[in-house]
Design a protein around this ligand. Structure first.
Ligand SMILES: Nc1ncnc2c1ncn2[C@@H]1O[C@H](COP(=O)(O)OP(=O)(O)OP(=O)(O)O)[C@@H](O)[C@H]1O
Ligand SMILES: [Mg+2]
Length: 224
């Protein structure tokens, strides 16, 4: 099922000194149940594209449609809280909250009770392969791969439909990176998430269902 559609989307950074056309006239669509990899050189516009999909920014031209509705006509705060979730290279966990509290936090922001949030958090942490004994630790007491899995569990706890990941394996070794990607693939295929991963890693990208390439702000289908 198509969940995101981009129509002639461009994004231009403009200030007093310069104008950067970071994303140029991108038209494409994303479906649920699939993993997409977006590859491309540094500066090609990947993160800018992702921030429009995440509802952090609106296109300067064209439109992003979520379930048929333009993001420019939506309550973006709500879209970001409920429909979409982002995973970053640096995990972005709260250092002073335990693993479990990190995963509970976004659901509690949505008004879920502590008891229910804790129950969901535990389920999600188990789903991504964390051990019960690790739930009360602080993030700094986990390996990088484990921290990234906590970040994934946190994105799942609010049941978004779309998971966006910007270089999620950038700080991980090959095995941990593989593991994180396999979890994301499982989520898309088994639970019908739409997963979009930005990566420099071609091996990782080749595991995706669809590979697209960003170059100078243009997005193209990869044939290999
Ligand atoms: N806040 C900003 N102001 C001006 N230009 C910006 C800003 N952010 C990004 N750019 C420029 O927009 C272009 C695209 O940047 P973007 O961060 O989307 O690239 P990227 O493909 O994610 O790169 P990387 O692989 O290094 O993360 C680059 O030329 C960058 O310098
Ligand atoms: Mg980037």
């Amino acid at each position: 099922m198509e969940i995101l559609k981009l129509e002639s989307v461009s994004y231009t950074y403009r200030n007093k000194y310069q104008t950067v056309h970071a994303v140029n006239n991108v038209t494409t669509a994303f479906e649920t149940g699939k993993v997409y990899a977006i590859v491309g050189k540094s500066g090609s516009g990947k993160t800018t594209l992702l921030s429009m999909l995440a509802g952090l920014d609106l296109p300067t031209e064209g439109a992003v449609f979520y379930q048929g509705k333009a993001t420019s006509k939506m309550e973006l705060d709500r879209y970001r809280r409920e429909d979409v979730s982002v995973i970053y290279q640096s995990y972005n966990l709260f250092p002073l909250l335990t693993v479990e509290e990190n995963v509970m936090y976004p659901a509690q922001l949505l008004g879920v009770s502590a008891k229910n949030a804790r129950q969901t958090a535990e389920e999600m942490l188990v789903k991504v392969g964390l051990q019960k004994g690790q739930f009360k630790r602080f993030p700094s007491m986990l390996s990088g791969g484990e921290q990234q899995r906590v970040a994934i569990a946190r994105t799942l706890a609010t049941h978004p439909k779309i998971i966006l990941a910007d270089e999620p394996t950038g700080n991980l070794d090959v095995d941990n990176g593989d593991n994180v990607v396999d979890i994301l693939i499982g989520l898309a295929h088994e639970l019908d998430y739409c997963v979009i991963i930005v990566t420099h890693d071609n091996v990782l990208a080749s595991k995706a269902d669809v590979k697209r390439c960003m170059s100078d702000g243009h997005l193209s289908e990869e044939s290999d």
